[in-house]
Design a protein around this ligand. Structure first.
Ligand code: AMP
Length: 126
């Protein structure tokens, strides 16, 4: 059984141009834009343009070109935000999946967060 994608989610609306976004970078396969509620000085979301629900959906089912385009855009964002290890002080890349991962938007996205010291890797809740 495949992953059921709901195209009424907010990132699908962004990709269709129905709601605005603060674009950081884009290529044929992926879009990077600023999180509307940033938790760190750099907080960019990178999403594939294809309809994938989560990391496990994308990594299993996306084409090689989609995966390469997505990852290259992540590298571009890390560099342009100045948080990479060549020029900056580092960052954290997070993806939440499903109920236990506490994923709010059911379109795969990677959070690229940096510009300050991060806290513990996870904060658990019951
Ligand atoms: P997650 O819990 O991993 O699904 O994270 C969803 C993220 O999307 C949150 O950090 C929200 O602040 C962010 N978000 C929700 N709506 C928008 C939007 N319209 N533009 C940019 N970021 C958004």
């Amino acid at each position: 059984m495949g992953f059921a994608y709901d195209d009424s989610n907010i990132f699908a609306k962004i990709l269709r141009g129905e709601i605005p976004n603060d674009t950081v970078a884009e290529n044929d396969q992926a879009l990077a834009f600023r999180d509307i509620s940033p938790k760190t000085p750099t907080h960019v979301l990178v999403i594939p343009k294809g309809a994938y629900v989560s990391f496990d959906d994308f990594s299993a089912n996306a084409s090689d070109a989609e995966i390469a385009g997505f990852m290259r855009l992540c590298a571009q964002v890390v560099a342009s935000e100045g948080v990479g290890l060549e020029a900056g002080k580092g960052f954290r890349a997070i993806t939440n999946a499903g109920e236990h991962g506490v994923q709010e938007v059911p379109h795969f996205h990677l959070h690229i967060m940096g510009g300050r010291m991060m806290g513990p890797m996870v904060s658990l809740r019951d």
